[in-house]
Design a protein around this ligand. Structure first.
Ligand code: TIU
Length: 223
């Protein structure tokens, strides 16, 4: 075991690269491009794009260092049997999950909008995890994948900071994982939620985990 350290708040985080995974949450066209689920909810999807380049840089270093890499996608079966009626009804928007849009059926597996953005497209051999909920552990085999690789530390990136990233960090924290969130690798439609969500992770001595930035995480991994 080789112990290294990430510069982070509220204090440096020790990790072993062999037991560390990079999880990129829901960097899908449905959230980051016009015409998808994010815009359907009334959001300015351009606000999420600042996370793309930091994620891309971190992904390259994670690949070069052999980290376990997991890409997640939020979405549902075409027949919507895995979508809670409450989620389908939520928001009262003109368009709903499963309706047809410019990128195919909204938030449906197999549709163009459900896929990961080209800038961060998974390579062969990288795990792609489809999840029906906001948290990446809920009704998925993520825990099994991490357990089988003896993973202890998670670098969590993606969108959105206060929804799927936060839910996943909370789920992971309760399962005993140490999560570090590079602030520039996550994004939100609401800048004040983004800032507060990051504060919430690192407050109270790191109640849910650690917050860092892509440069610090890349420096540590590449050292
Ligand atoms: N709406 C919103 O901010 N997020 C989601 O619905 N899903 C994720 O965060 N991926």
């Amino acid at each position: 075991m080789t112990v290294s350290t990430f510069a982070a708040q509220p204090y440096p985080l020790e990790y072993d690269a062999a037991r560390t995974a990079l999880i990129i949450i829901d960097m899908q066209r449905d959230f980051l491009e016009p015409g998808g689920f994010g815009e359907m909810l009334g959001n300015d999807v351009s606000l999420l794009r600042s996370a793309i380049e930091p994620c891309r840089s971190l992904l390259e270093v994670a690949r070069a260092n052999g980290l376990l890499i997991i890409h997640t996608r939020e979405g549902h079966r075409p027949d919507l049997t895995d979508a809670p009626p409450s989620k389908l009804a939520r928001g009262r928007s003109a368009k709903r999950i499963g309706d047809h849009g410019p990128m195919g059926r909204i938030l449906i597996r197999g549709e163009p909008g459900h896929d990961i953005i080209p800038e961060l497209y998974p390579r062969a051999g990288e795990a792609v995890l489809d999840k029906p909920g906001k948290g990446a552990f809920y009704q998925t085999d993520l825990y099994l994948m991490l357990h089988n690789r003896a993973i202890k530390t998670l670098i969590v990136c993606g969108v959105t900071t206060e929804v799927c990233v936060h839910t996943t960090v909370r789920e992971a924290n309760d399962r005993g994982y140490e999560c570090i969130v590079p602030a520039d690798c996550v994004g939100s439609y609401f800048p004040h939620f983004h800032a507060t969500a990051l504060d919430m992770i690192k407050a109270q001595g790191g109640i849910f985990g650690w917050v860092s930035d892509s440069a610090s995480v890349i420096d540590a991994l590449a050292a």
